[in-house]
Design a protein around this ligand. Structure first.
Ligand code: HEC
Ligand code: HEC
Ligand code: HEC
Ligand code: HEC
Ligand code: HEC
Ligand code: HEC
Ligand code: HEC
Ligand code: HEC
Ligand code: HEC
Ligand code: HEC
Length: 585
């Protein structure tokens, strides 16, 4: 494609479409766009701003020359052109030695990105705001007095949305070969499909400004090649995010704003230029603000008030000094102390599939572990605990209760929850395995159905009124009078009258819990007793979730024998009058 080709194409087009008279131009011609900088510049053009929550530059200017009638000349020239095709009339970054800051994130293959070239370099010769628009290679032209509609002189693209600057870290990556990013994890469409989907790679390879924009036509606003205000077909022409079409973020959910959310598509959260959250081009710098600002705050966009729950006394610690610690590609096994919405949710895949199936669509597609070789394991059906184990299993050490009161110390202490819920333990709550018993201690509605339970049956991941993220009361210390509300957490599932009755397998519950006001936690460990930690837990000494609270019971002398149905504990000897050890039931 030498200069000859371009000059023919160019001169042909100029002659055909865009003489000084202009009336012969087709409706989608550059004449009717803001790229017509001539004296005949069109009236102000109403551009579509897809997402209106973030204050955008509403002052839509339109520049025009005071005399120059030709249109193409601001960008092209038949004479004295620079060496750049297509017959470029302007200096570019190459002539000025301008260097751009390039997009970077921990997933983009930044090392492969290079300084803008090709079509992007041409756009940036105006849109980086460094080169006056009234310059022209080779000849002085009448448009030295470019002015805006108010009559003020304009030299460079004025400050605002349209001036991208030389810092492109907050702009969609450009000037790289699309195919370099294809791979099992890239979630990108086959490059061979792109033309058919309406976008073009420069020379068949490169993502450039011109993949998304056509500087000569503006049927959709912003010179876009596709109408991106109808569910982001532009973004999805290239990006094929797993699970997106079934996601609540794609459909807009059940609320009154569903259509608007669905129409905004990717731009509910992303912004292709000047994005405040530069890496990943997010609308807001702090990742959770993308969730809270318009949605998930109890308003009409999403009535679930997650924001309010994060305002409760006990929450997963978000915000503060932690934002930005999360890395999309992090290995949960070694990641530093932090927690963000995206640690537990995949924005592209979340859906409302029933949490009790056992399947929680809200956690679908979360990266739960980094596999050898760099690929990830993703959360699928019934995997809630795997999401929690990212931070509360092997990597728990950095998470040990900085913001919460310490849990009761136990005969066998373990903070790696995967060890406490392990199927080989003498006893566990059935989170990772199906229940072992008949369910006779459960409320009748659960007796046949409750085979597994979730971490979130006992914890609210967002926020709770009681310590340890417990949404229901669970007394772990002394109190004055017994009330079933003191153990509301346990009695959500367990039948209080049964547990406290003589037919319970521990017929002395009432004696302890009601008469003695001994909390469940003095005897029971709510998760399970690890046989992998410290003293060996056996089906004799640690059956039935018995793992005494070591702050109430002398850890060294305490013993439990499930076979003999007996206990020896320091509480018995400290009792007034003393009770002999062991006691049987
Ligand atoms: C605001 C700047 C600008 C104006 C004004 C402009 N062009 Fe272009 N033109 C470009 C850019 C940038 C490219 C390179 C596109 C690419 O790399 O894909 C281009 C490419 C072209 C090409 C090459 C074929 C193509 O579409 O890629 C032709 C022909 C062309 N322009 C004709 C014209 C004509 C005729 C006019 C006036 C009616 C005009 N242009 C006005 C910026 C402009
Ligand atoms: C000769 C300078 C020049 C070149 C070259 C140029 N533009 Fe522009 N462009 C402008 C001006 C001036 C505006 C209006 C700016 C304003 O009013 O804030 C504009 C506006 C835009 C807008 C906003 C349109 C709207 O309706 O809000 C987009 C998008 C755009 N240009 C994209 C491009 C792309 C992509 C290229 C390269 C293919 C390009 N421009 C090349 C000068 C240029
Ligand atoms: C991946 C697609 C994509 C690429 C690549 C891209 N843009 Fe855009 N651009 C968009 C979209 C979409 C909008 C409209 C944003 C909106 O409506 O909020 C836009 C808007 C703009 C605007 C209007 C100002 C604004 O922020 O809304 C300008 C100017 C612009 N682009 C210039 C460029 C230039 C110059 C390049 C290359 C350096 C480029 N674009 C590359 C998709 C892209
Ligand atoms: C012409 C194809 C194309 C279009 C259209 C396109 N993208 Fe991209 N985009 C890519 C490629 C290729 C990459 C780099 C691959 C990667 O790292 O995953 C990328 C990277 C990104 C990244 C950074 C990824 C990272 O890992 O840091 C974001 C965010 C993004 N695109 C969002 C969008 C949005 C939003 C739109 C619509 C406004 C859009 N893209 C339109 C091809 C495209
Ligand atoms: C509800 C908000 C939301 C929507 C809607 C959304 N994203 Fe994202 N996207 C995010 C967040 C948050 C991240 C950063 C994820 C992280 O840090 O783990 C991200 C990351 C990305 C990335 C880079 C990392 C990755 O996950 O591959 C790309 C590319 C991307 N989004 C493209 C898109 C496209 C294309 C669409 C529309 C089809 C879209 N997003 C819709 C919130 C959203
Ligand atoms: C520690 C993990 C975790 C974190 C961090 C987290 N979530 Fe959740 N979220 C969950 C789980 C688990 C569910 C499913 C609860 C259920 O179905 O019972 C959920 C459910 C949701 C739901 C569905 C409605 C509801 O209230 O149950 C929304 C919306 C939501 N989360 C938004 C957010 C937002 C926004 C953030 C960040 C500010 C966030 N989440 C942080 C784990 C988390
Ligand atoms: C990305 C990391 C991360 C994930 C994933 C995560 N958590 Fe947490 N969790 C934390 C951090 C950090 C704390 C605060 C610990 C502290 O007190 O300093 C915490 C605290 C807690 C606490 C209170 C701890 C205490 O000491 O009382 C509970 C309960 C909890 N998380 C449950 C869950 C559940 C259930 C899940 C899965 C739905 C989950 N977490 C997923 C990081 C995480
Ligand atoms: C979400 C429902 C649920 C909640 C809440 C719950 N449990 Fe359970 N619990 C179960 C199920 C299911 C079983 C297994 C029943 C079976 O196998 O028959 C069980 C079994 C038990 C067992 C018997 C273990 C064994 O090996 O014999 C004890 C003890 C127990 N729970 C104590 C508690 C305590 C204390 C609380 C309050 C902190 C509590 N549970 C809260 C569902 C629950
Ligand atoms: C049957 C209810 C129940 C279930 C199910 C449950 N927890 Fe807990 N969890 C509690 C209670 C009660 C505490 C308070 C501390 C205590 O009494 O030991 C607690 C404490 C915690 C703590 C604070 C540190 C510690 O170990 O005491 C973390 C972290 C935690 N749970 C995570 C989880 C995770 C992850 C899951 C699922 C794999 C889960 N929990 C399932 C009831 C439960
Ligand atoms: C003094 C120690 C102690 C206290 C306090 C205690 N338990 Fe127990 N609990 C036991 C023992 C021991 C067993 C095992 C009996 C057996 O199977 O031999 C048991 C068994 C159970 C069972 C299974 C009963 C069955 O018949 O299947 C449930 C459920 C239970 N406890 C719940 C609770 C709840 C809820 C609390 C607090 C309200 C509580 N326990 C307080 C010692 C205690």
């Amino acid at each position: 494609m030498g200069n000859d080709f371009w000059s023919r194409a160019f001169l042909f087009l100029v002659a055909l479409a865009c003489g000084a008279g202009a009336s012969a131009c087709a409706a989608d011609s550059v004449l009717y766009t803001r790229h017509n900088l001539s004296v005949n510049a069109p009236a102000r053009i109403q551009t579509k701003r897809v997402w209106t929550d973030v204050p955008r530059d509403t002052d839509i200017r339109s520049a025009g020359a005071n005399a120059e009638e030709r249109v193409c000349v601001f960008c092209h020239t038949p004479h004295h052109a620079s060496t750049v095709t297509p017959l470029w009339s302007r200096e570019t970054a190459d002539d000025r030695g301008t260097l751009y800051d390039l997009y970077q994130s921990d997933t983009v293959q930044a090392g492969k990105l290079q300084q803008p070239f090709g079509g992007s370099k041409l756009c940036l010769s105006c849109h980086d705001g460094t080169i006056a628009m009234n310059t022209h290679i080779g000849e002085a032209l009448p448009f030295t007095n470019l002015q805006d509609k108010g009559g003020a002189a304009v030299t460079t693209v004025p400050a605002g949305d349209t001036n991208l600057g030389t810092d492109l870290r907050n702009d969609h990556p450009i000037s790289f070969a699309y195919a370099d990013f294809l791979g099992p994890m890239s979630e990108l469409n086959d490059p061979a499909q792109l033309l058919q989907r309406g976008v073009r790679l420069e020379a068949g390879f490169y993502v450039q400004c011109t993949s998304c924009h056509d500087p000569h036509k503006d049927p959709y606003g912003n010179f876009l090649v596709l109408d991106n205000s109808a569910g982001s077909p532009l973004c999805t022409a290239c990006h094929n995010k797993t699970g997106w079409t079934a996601s609540s973020h794609q459909s807009g959910g059940p609320g009154p704003k569903a259509l608007e959310i669905a129409a905004n598509g990717c731009e509910n959260c992303h912004r292709p230029h000047s994005a405040p959250g530069a890496a990943y081009l997010l609308q807001y710098k702090n990742e959770e603000d993308n969730c809270f600002s318009k949605c998930h705050n109890g308003g009409s966009y999403s009535s679930d008030n997650v924001k309010a729950r994060f305002g409760k006394p006990y929450t997963h610690p978000m915000g503060g000094s932690l934002p930005g610690t999360h890395q999309t590609n992090e290995d949960p096994a070694t990641a530093p102390y932090h927690v963000e919405c995206v640690d537990c949710h995949n924005s592209h895949q979340v859906n409302s599939t029933s949490p009790s199936a056992p399947y929680n669509g809200r956690l679908q597609g979360v990266k739960v572990a980094k596999l050898p070789g760099g690929n990830f394991e993703y959360a699928v059906k019934g995997d809630e605990f795997k999401v929690c184990y990212k931070c509360h299993a092997a990597n728990h050490s950095t998470f040990k209760s900085i913001t919460e009161p310490l849990p009761p110390p136990r005969q066998i202490d373990e903070l790696d929850e995967s060890l406490r819920f392990n199927r080989d333990n003498p006893s566990v709550h059935p989170v990772m395995v199906d229940r072992a018993g008949t369910g006779s201690s459960l409320k009748s509605i659960f007796q046949s159905t409750m085979v597994r339970i979730f971490c979130t049956d006992c914890h609210d991941s967002h926020g709770a009124d009681f310590s340890h993220l417990l949404p229901y009361r669970y007394e772990q210390n002394d109190y004055v009078t017994y009330a079933s509300a003191n153990y509301a957490l346990c009695f959500r599932c367990h039948e209080e009258t049964y547990v406290l009755s003589a037919s319970s397998r521990f017929p002395r519950h009432a004696q302890h819990v009601i008469n003695g006001r001994v909390p469940c936690s003095f005897c029971h460990d709510p998760h399970g007793v690890s046989k992998f930690s410290g003293t060996i837990a056996t089906t004799t000494n640690h059956a039935h979730l018995i793992n005494f609270d070591a702050s109430k019971v002398d850890k060294v002398t305490a013993s439990y024998d499930a076979g003999m149905r007996s206990c020896s504990v320091s509480c018995h000897t400290a009792h007034v009058p003393p009770i002999a050890n062991p006691q049987t039931y």
